[in-house]
Ligand binder design. Sequence first.
Ligand code: PLP
Length: 397
Amino acid sequence: MLEQIEPAPADAILGLTAAFNSDPRSEKVNLSVGVYKDEHGKTPILDCVRTAATELAAEAATKSYLPIPGLVEYREAVCDLLFGSGHEVIEGKRIASAQTPGGTGALRVAGEFIKANLPGATLWHSDPTWPNHPNVFNACGLPLKKYPYFDSQNDRLDYEGMLAALKKIPAGDVVLLHGCCHNPTGVDPTGQQWTEIASVLRERGVLPLLDFAYQGFADGIEEDAAGLRAFSTEGAELMVCSSFSKNFSLYRERVGALAIVGKTAESASALQTQLNAVIRRLYSNPPAHGAEIVNKVLRSATLREQWIADVAAMRRRINNMRQGFVDGLAEAGVPGDFSFITQQRGMFSFSGLSKEQVESLRDEHAVYIVGSGRINVAGLTPTNLKYVAEAIGDVVG
Ligand code: PLP
């Protein structure tokens, strides 16, 4: 019975890391998976996380189950971070929330919630988007459609195309947006554009679902929430999936959250019961450790300050590498204007390299990037930058 099952296709991104790991070439560089690396090519544990984990180990009193939606204190701390402490959606008790296993867990819970509670809703996602978005939402049985997002001729947001498409989405559908640091393009709407997008969706009666996996990686922890807050107006409804994988470097601990903002406090109470019902049948209740760490850091003045400085350092290093990459490409004699790379935000850059060039980079130079041409800028270091730029020069030349 089981013998007839064929192997599944390799994951578009994680499959590349498996190939990278088994590549024997010593000069190999992995710029595929979205993991931050420091200037030595390492992904270290943040000091604030290590301190919090040590304190937690000493304090631990039980390993009994958490409640279905997770730790209350963590959920409150996350909502403060997302919406800003004292925001009307918090004070008005308009949020149903859950601690989830990473941002992916939040997306899956959101998808299952939509499928169960908004029958017939289609989910619209940007073209392009993170390849796991369609995987997750297809698995929930949601119909998917795309809206235009990227103007590849000019390496910028196709704002006009996007807005025109959003204006045609039927009431009752859901629109998935990347809260900041759009993956894979690195191109985000401006503050003014966010406000306009939010009002278009609200007027149409379309529910926004924000995927917010990179808070702090674009312009700052508070600054990056500007888009999300443009949607959080009086009486507005929205869903937010967030993740601490990147900004706390807690990838393997699987720490995320889903916040659903209802029109009223009464509505939020009902939403919370439906959210709990979805989680109960998916994984019953979340793992504790990562969320306990985040909660401790966010609630300690000293640790929180360290964390804010850590995120700023990661952001600065990525932006320095963006500039270094543009300079490196020029020095390697790669034709064309790559200055757009310094305008993009977050870990990723859409390089414009073709599928064939991406393959040559891998086969001839052991430089691994995603087939779409997406480069993880956070994987560049002062040591590998010149090698990568020259390899690109070779494949495009
Ligand atoms: N959403 C986007 C756009 C991402 O890029 C990622 C991770 O790469 C996630 C969600 C999920 O992150 P997590 O590792 O917390 O599941």
